[in-house]
Design a protein around this ligand. Sequence first.
Ligand code: SF4
Ligand code: SF4
Length: 223
Amino acid sequence: MLREIDLSEISDGKLYTGNDMVKADCRGCAGCSSCCQDMGSSVILDPYDIFQLTGHLDKSFEQLLGEDLELNVVDGIILPNLKMAGKDARCVFLSPGGRCTIHKARPGFCRLFPLGRYYENHSFRYFLQVNECPKPDKTKIKVRKWLDIENFRQYEKFTADWHYYLKERQEMAMDSEGSEGAELVRKLSMDILRRFFIRPYNQKADFYPQVYARMEQAGEESL
Ligand code: SF4
Ligand code: SF4
């Protein structure tokens, strides 16, 4: 997340807003599931993804861990990601026929692909990854339609706020040294895991007030 990227090498050189048209529409992917395989630990999940997944599958975060999700260190902080399994390293939610079995609740990373996010000034815009999706002749689609997510504006705001919230903690973790530093890193990771991922969300209530309350509470409490 903290890595710098050279947009000129991986994109068409343009940055897009949610209302812009972008040549990303693979028209249902038609037989391709390449971005659902061999993705390593790169499909990193945020609290909204976990809210969606736990609600859709009616399982707790702990129940999803191991079978469907795993934990890995991302820039010093432990975060959940989708698990790739088997000899072909397929996403655990990919059917044998190559379809996503949790399409309605698929994570933000999956909705976005082959777009990426470019963060600056506490916000972000989108870019088109030109080397990632092999489907030829993609057509133009409005970015927000491609993402196909409820409360798009609120989702975008939360995505940016979460990115910078995490970034601050990742920088603290990366700057820490020695045994005191190691203890701080452990506390930071455990706090984020417990506060935003393990503790269940009320599925009958709006997600955003819940997650912002947790962010505010974290700001008021010392580790
Ligand atoms: S690589 Fe492109 S066409 Fe293939 S599944 Fe992913 S988005 Fe669809
Ligand atoms: S959750 Fe669905 S869209 Fe995302 S990688 Fe898995 S199968 Fe593909």
